[in-house]
Design a protein around this ligand. Structure first.
Ligand code: E4P
Length: 219
C-alpha cells in the first residue's frame, strides 16, 4: 500500500518525507487556501515546489466544473512537473474529462467519491486513482471503510486497474482499516500517519532496555 500525505503544508511534507516511506502528496483547493496560497501563479509555483520535494505522484485539483475548462486546466497543471496527477471531481463533466485525460496519457485522481456506482464510472473512464472520502462518510454515520471493501471487491472481480486511494482520513485506525479493506493507497494528514508509530509497550520496553544497558555499563 502506498502512503501519500494529504496536505499543502511544506513542513508537514518534509516531516513525512524524512520517515523515508512517503510515496506522494494529495492536495485540494481547501488545503491550498489553508496555507494562504492564492492566485494561479502562486498556486502553480507551490505545486512545483511540492513536486520537487516529493518525486512520487502529486495530486493537483482542477477548479473548473465544465469539460473544456477541466481539460484546459489539467493540461496546464500537467505541464508543471511530470509527477503531477490531475484531480477531477466525480461529476458528469468530470467523467468525460477522466476519459479524455486517460486517452491522452495524463494521470488522474477522481475525487469526491462516495459510492460504489461512482467508483465503477471512474474506473470505466480510466481514472488512475479513485478517492473515496471515508472520513466524510463516517461523519454522516455511514461506513467509510465498508465502501473501500465494496469497491475493492468490485475492482478485483472486474479487473479494473484504477487504484483505490482512501482519502479523508481522520485518525490512525482509518489507515489500518483501509489497509485491511484493500486500499492501494492511503492519503493522510501528518498526525494520523505519525500515530502509526505509537505503542506504550514500545516506549516502556525501550526505556527498560536502555536502563538495563546503562546499569550494566556502570558496574
Ligand atoms: C484528498 O484527496 C481529499 O481532498 C481529502 O482527503 C479530503 O479530506 P477531508 O474530508 O478531511 O477534507
Amino acid at each position: 500500500m502506498k502512503f501519500f500525505i494529504d496536505t499543502a503544508n511544506l513542513e508537514d511534507i518534509r516531516e513525512a518525507k524524512s520517515l523515508g516511506i512517503l510515496d506522494g502528496v494529495t492536495t485540494n483547493p481547501s488545503l491550498m487556501a489553508k496555507e494562504g496560497i492564492t492566485g494561479q501563479d502562486n498556486i502553480y509555483k507551490h505545486y512545483k515546489t511540492i513536486c520537487e520535494l516529493v518525486p512520487g505522484d502529486v495530486s493537483a485539483e482542477v477548479i473548473s466544473t465544465d469539460f473544456e475548462g477541466m481539460i484546459r486546466e489539467g493540461k496546464a497543471l500537467s505541464e508543471i512537473a511530470p509527477n503531477i496527477v490531475v484531480k477531477v471531481p466525480m461529476i458528469k463533466e468530470g467523467v468525460k474529462a477522466l476519459k479524455w485525460f486517460s486517452e491522452n496519457d495524463i494521470k488522474t485522481n477522481c475525487t469526491l467519491v462516495f459510492s460504489a456506482g461512482q467508483a465503477i464510472l471512474a474506473a470505466k473512464a480510466g481514472a488512475t486513482y479513485l478517492s473515496p472520502f471515508i472520513g466524510r462518510i463516517d461523519d454522516i454515520a455511514w461506513d467509510g471503510i465498508a465502501l473501500i471493501e465494496e469497491i475493492a471487491e468490485i475492482y478485483a472481480i472486474q479487473g479494473y486497474e484504477t487504484e483505490i486511494l482512501a482519502a479523508s482520513i481522520r485518525h490512525t485506525l482509518h489507515i489500518v482499516d483501509a489497509a485491511r479493506a484493500g486500499a492501494d493507497v492511503i492519503t493522510s494528514p501528518l498526525k494520523p500517519l505519525m500515530g502509526l508509530l505509537n505503542h506504550p509497550l514500545t516506549d516502556v520496553g525501550l526505556s527498560k532496555f536502555l536502563a538495563d544497558h546503562k546499569a550494566a555499563e556502570a558496574k
